[in-house]
Design a protein around this ligand. Structure first.
Ligand SMILES: Cc1cc2nc3c(=O)[nH]c(=O)nc-3n(C[C@H](O)[C@H](O)[C@H](O)COP(=O)(O)OP(=O)(O)OC[C@H]3O[C@@H](n4cnc5c(N)ncnc54)[C@H](O)[C@@H]3O)c2cc1C
Length: 551
């Protein structure tokens, strides 16, 4: 398929850096991936500057409810975890990456406990494990019932705060990559809302830059992601010339609480673990429609459940379906899901006695900055881990609770790779031309068109509308450098690549659902779409064959 040529800005419009900071390693982002990368970097004696755009505990990590998946019980094995992950990824997982995830996962989770994370235990004192959609074994470790991410974040932040070799700079928004004459990373430009010497635009210099900026849920109007999830790391890497891949694979969580037709931004999630404990989906007439959809019924992989819900909503002309968790009983709700219980009750719904209205909303992105098995991006000295990265682990769809694990495992591997990679300190080149910026009033129309034309249901027509609207929005002027305008530009660049990939991929696979191409096409599409920007800002997209897994 021929696409119109697209050019994007190579740098965000910003003032020249007015101050400089130096370290051995710069970590951008303070979720599970960034905090782990910082701690592991210290373990090999590197000094770390950890910059994060809001408070240190902001990000998706602290919102994670269900838990972290790892083969921790005697009844489970990495091979079974591998199998379930490959099935969920629908033939696009990089099998070598998945094997690393599942074999190194259990040790990484135990190390997290050594750092201080306290997981829930059963009566015998063993780690309590539950099951989520797509898993054939109980392998989800959780904390505080449904407050897993908050506990992980608490433990990692405490450990980082205790280490004098890690300097944490909050309210520091990374803008663009600084590169030397060899093309290698030498730091980032960033905007700090601080005081004293570190205020305004500065340059954080290091020959090793680890992106851990999380996902880009804010590309859509309704998402479970917090406000910081604007995909800054993916856009930064793209502008710098790194490969980004798999952006078309956006996971929509099937059971996000429906708050009405005008709800926007971060929406409350009702974890899959609630269905793992026995809750079921009902349509408007009270029918359990998942039973005929998949052998695993309500615990089918997420894309299967999200699509079945969308179909049923369309048939019924309704804006949501229902989640029935009444049979769990008050005790289970209180002990296992205190956060969700409170979240429902604060909105006037008591899940012990009431049905919960739910509908799919954006939740997770499988794609991102393309890395090798050691977290290396395609620019020397640049690494990525966590949701910002595309290791190939998730393929066309992420298996529930594999993302926290991916952040942990691949952050550790980056630091192992750093000991081999030559990190040479050189002066960064001054910022080049091709600067630009989009005004923040483009954000809402961008999200609207992404929701309606590039969300769960896609077609050539809808994606064509989205592409055209994005082109129009890209022509808007009047931006002045500010957080909102920098973020809006990032969202626009990501949306542009996402729609491009979604248009090109003329098949339905995993979380990418084309109504005009409703079947999976392995002969044509067992490839990964990879996009990069050339020196003139032109996007080029190529195909990378997928190795190993075929599920
Ligand atoms: C509601 C919800 C529930 C979830 N439940 C689960 C679950 O049960 N199990 C599971 O495995 N996964 C779950 N996920 C997904 C999982 O939480 C995320 O994939 C994971 O936490 C991502 O971690 P991360 O470290 O990559 O990014 P994040 O935790 O999102 O952290 C990103 C960090 O980067 C910072 N940042 C962003 N841009 C910039 C910038 N330009 N400059 C400086 N800093 C920046 C942010 O402020 C933040 O500190 C859930 C996600 C959500 C939203």
């Amino acid at each position: 398929m021929m696409l119109e040529p697209i050019t994007v800005h190579r740098r965000l419009l910003a003032a020249r850096p007015g101050w400089t900071a130096r370290a051995d390693v710069i970590v951008v982002g303070s979720g599970i991936a960034g905090l782990t990368a910082a701690l592991r970097s210290r373990a090999i004696g590197r000094t770390v500057l950890l910059v994060t755009k809001a408070q240190v505990n902001e990000g998706s990590t602290r919102w994670a409810q269900g838990g972290i998946a790892a083969a921790l019980s005697d009844e489970d094995s990495p091979d079974q975890h591998l199998h379930d992950t490959l099935v969920a990824g629908v033939g696009l997982c990089d099998e070598a990456a998945v094997r690393i995830l599942v074999t190194q996962g259990p040790a990484a989770v135990r190390e997290l406990m050594d750092v201080g994370a306290r997981f829930d235990r059963d009566a015998s004192g063993a780690i309590a494990l539950t099951r989520e959609g797509g898993h054939h074994r109980d392998r989800i470790a959780h904390a505080g019932g449904d407050a897993t991410g908050a506990e992980i974040s608490r433990a990692l932040v405490a450990a980082v705060r205790e280490d004098p070799g890690i300097e944490v700079v909050e309210n520091a928004l990374a803008l663009d990559l600084l590169r030397d004459e060899q093309g290698a990373a030498q730091g980032v430009t960033l905007h700090v809302m601080g005081s004293g010497q570190r205020d305004g635009i500065g340059a954080a210099l290091a020959p090793t830059v680890i992106l851990a900026t999380g996902g880009f849920g804010q590309v859509f109007g309704q998402t479970t992601n917090p406000y910081v999830s604007t995909g800054d790391g993916v856009a930064l890497a793209l502008r710098a010339g790194a490969d980004v891949a798999d952006l078309e694979f956006v996971q929509f969580h099937p059971t996000v609480m429906w708050l009405g037709p005008h709800a926007q931004g971060q929406q409350p999630l009702v974890s899959e673990a609630v269905r793992g404990e026995g809750a079921v989906l009902l349509d408007g007439s009270g029918e359990r429609f998942m039973v005929d959809e998949h052998p695993m019924a309500d615990l089918a992989p997420r894309d299967v459940v999200a699509k079945a819900i969308m179909r049923r909503m369309r048939e019924e002309g309704s804006a949501h379906v229902w989640l029935d968790g009444r049979q769990l009983g008050a005790d289970t709700w209180l002990q296992r899901f205190p956060t969700i219980l409170e979240s429902c009750r604060s909105r006037g719904i008591d899940p012990v006695t009431d049905l919960i209205p739910v509908a799919p909303a954006q939740h997770y992105v499988s794609g991102g900055v393309r890395t090798d098995l050691w977290g290396r991006a395609t620019i020397p000295g640049l690494y990525a881990c966590g949701e910002v990265a595309c290791t190939g682990v998730h393929g066309a769809n992420r298996l529930a609770s594999n993302s926290l694990l991916e952040g942990l495992v691949f952050a550790r591997r980056i630091v192992m790779a750093m000991t081999d990679d030559a990190a040479v300190v050189r002066d960064p080149l001054p910022p080049g031309s091709h600067e630009g910026l989009l005004p923040h009033d483009a954000r809402r129309p961008l999200q609207q068109v992404m929701d309606t034309e590039a969300g769960v249901l896609r077609s050539a027509d809808s994606l064509g509308i989205a592409a055209q609207r994005l082109r129009e929005l890209g022509l808007r002027g009047g931006a002045t450098p500010s957080t909102e305008d920098w973020e809006t530009t990032n969202l626009h660049q990501i949306a542009t690549v996402l729609v491009r990939h979604a248009l090109l991929r003329t098949e339905t696979r995993g979380s990418h659902w084309r109504e005009d191409h409703p079947t999976r096409d392995d002969d044509r599409w067992r490839v990964r779409l990879v996009t990069r920007v050339d020196d003139a800002g032109r996007l080029t997209t190529s195909e990378e064959p997928v190795t190993g897994a075929s599920a």
